[in-house]
Design a protein around this ligand. Structure first.
Ligand SMILES: CC(C)(COP(=O)(O)OP(=O)(O)OC[C@H]1O[C@@H](n2cnc3c(N)ncnc32)[C@H](O)[C@@H]1OP(=O)(O)O)[C@@H](O)C(=O)NCCC(=O)NCCS
Length: 156
């Protein structure tokens, strides 16, 4: 059975395992900087001031997906979204479920909007965000590549 819930302190060991088991391609789509530094990345994700949602495969007792809304100090009303699904569980609607949960929680917490950036080459993620009403508001680039900046504004 697939379960969606907030990450708890007691999930830490499983969370490290989840990050460790992600394929290089999956991590590179998320952030090139961390493809060789998994443990550092996992610690950073755990320590951030964020709402953390995990998806569990109950039958195997493992985390298979993770999404977060991270609070930005400069713009507390507009958290940044991140999402990553284990390679063996992609294309099964899990990413969409996490996105919907994060958007629901964002609404409940009365955030003004949600911000994210996505590599231009990551057409699958871009399609997911487009389908959920995120608007492309600009572009940016760094050593890892060119990205779209996107934003979802909660209806007032
Ligand atoms: C992007 C990601 C989170 C999507 O999660 P997922 O569970 O595979 O996606 P879902 O099965 O929920 O599909 C959601 C939508 O994504 C798009 N999509 C998913 N797989 C696709 C594929 N193979 N080709 C094209 N579009 C695809 C579709 O729009 C789909 O909606 P639809 O089924 O209604 O058409 C996942 O692929 C992932 O972890 N990628 C690596 C990390 C990453 O890129 N994170 C985002 C960084 S900005």
């Amino acid at each position: 059975m697939i379960i969606l819930r907030e990450l708890k302190n007691s999930d830490e060991e499983y969370f490290f395992k989840f990050i460790k088991n992600l394929s290089k391609e999956i991590v590179e789509n998320y952030n090139h900087l961390f493809s060789e530094k998994r443990e550092e990345w996992a610690k950073k994700l755990l320590s951030e001031n964020s709402l953390k949602i995990i998806v569990l495969d109950d039958s195997k007792n493992e985390i298979i997906g993770f999404g977060h809304l991270t609070i930005n100090k400069e713009y507390p009303g507009v958290p940044s979204l991140g999402i990553v699904i284990n390679q063996n569980y992609r294309g099964k609607g899990i990413g969409k479920q996490i996105m919907q949960k994060l958007m629901e929680e964002g609404k409940t917490k009365k955030f003004k909007a949600i911000y994210l950036s996505v590599f231009k080459k990551n057409t699958i993620a871009k399609k997911l965000y487009d389908s959920l009403g995120f608007k492309t508001i600009g572009e940016t680039f760094n050593d890892s590549g060119e990205s779209w900046k996107m934003r979802y504004d909660f209806p007032i």
